[in-house]
Design a protein around this ligand. Sequence first.
Ligand code: NAD
Ligand code: UFG
Length: 340
Amino acid sequence: MKLLVTGGAGYIGSHTCVAAFAAGHEITVLDNLCNSSPEALERVERICGKKPRLVVGDIGDRACVRALLDAEKFDATIHFAGLKAVGESVEKPWEYYENNIAGTLVLLDELRRHGVFNFVFSSSATVYGNPDPANLPLREDAPLAALSPYGATKLWLEEMMRAMAKADPRWHFMLLRYFNPVGAHESGLIGEDPGGIPNNLMPYITQVAVGRLKELTIFGRDYPTPDGTCVRDYIHVCDLAEGHVAALAKVADLPGCTAINLGTGCGTSVAQLVASFEKATGRPLPHRYGERRPGDAAACWADATKARELLGWVAKRDCDAMCRDAWRYQSMNPDGYRRG
Ligand code: NAD
Ligand code: UFG
């Protein structure tokens, strides 16, 4: 297939480019590079022997999107482009609504004008809000809620796509709800490259291990979980990337709007992830226990049955592989793509 990949220079996008090339697809990336480096696509070339075409531009820039769609005919879009920091979205809601919602509406409008109706969307487990423990593991029909402006952008875009699919049978939307993507390509060439001090657990851990940060604070040890620390469904980014390839293989056969969890179906606690990481590096990771982080759910993990049944996809890589690969990338690139 000929693919338009928005946000393809980012963390999940660059890994998906590798998986999509391996499956024989052709790729054009549209990315404004607001949270990524073109170096990621150079690295994709080192892994795959070919490079996606990069168009530097914004999904909300109608003239840019139109010119791209006038010039190239695509079979499907994978839409990663968006801002993704929960805390920042509380500080800057307008920027999140503008970038994620207004931007996506321009993209969708130009796609329909150009007859490109296969659309794979980066949604998130954030649409389940703070899940009721009675609903774990989370199925796709669990109740939905937005707890932040970021979460609201995912939920509202999902709602818009459901309505658009109902009104126009030409649309084929896949709403892929990612759980907690971590890890890196096994080559160590591409991985997560957050600017500033990371908010998410795995990049924080790897930056402590490489000496950029002093110690990890584990937020809370009095949750109603087996070891008192929060439980999440960590998924290796390469499994997630392969999930997109599996979705592409089915999108043309699935009209309407289909929501699918991409997770492993297993919960792992923060303390267990730290132990896996220490095993991967063979060294203790400096850490201490601190207060709970406001807003954190005690536990959140996926029921991954629908992905298996509908896409024939299951996550294959375990927590040890996630930690090993995250560590390889961080140690080969101690300052991310800026050096290394
Ligand atoms: P990322 O920031 O590494 O990648 C996003 C890419 O989109 C970046 O390259 C950025 O430059 C680009 N971008 C942002 N706004 C743009 C715009 N208006 N026009 C063009 N390009 C733009 O993030 P990621 O972790 O790869 O996430 C990709 C998608 O997956 C996002 O939509 C995110 O919300 C979603 N998601 C991520 C996670 C996670 O934990 N990483 C979890 C659930 C969902
Ligand atoms: N944690 C720590 N110390 C840290 C960072 C995180 O103990 O320094 C803990 C958190 O308290 C949480 C767990 O590690 O229990 C995972 O935290 P992350 O921030 O890595 O991930 P979240 O599950 O909180 O959030 C992620 C994405 C959100 C998305 C959500 C649901 O960051 O965008 O998953 O998909 F909304």
